[in-house]
Write a new protein. Structure first.
Length: 51
């Protein structure tokens, strides 16, 4: 069940990020920004419970 909830949360976050994306940026920049937002700051990644 936890995996299912994590996946759903990630999908919802991805959808929200796509809606707010800077469409004037290249696809590569958009993808990198989305990846950074979903992963969070490097300093805190080791503390996340879902990783």
């Amino acid at each position: 069940m936890d995996e299912k909830r994590r996946q759903r949360a990630q999908n919802l976050a991805g959808t929200a990020i796509n809606a707010m994306a800077d469409h004037s940026a290249s696809r590569i920049d958009q993808s990198a920004r989305k990846h950074d937002l979903l992963d969070g700051p490097r300093e805190f990644r080791s503390f996340r419970r879902d990783r």
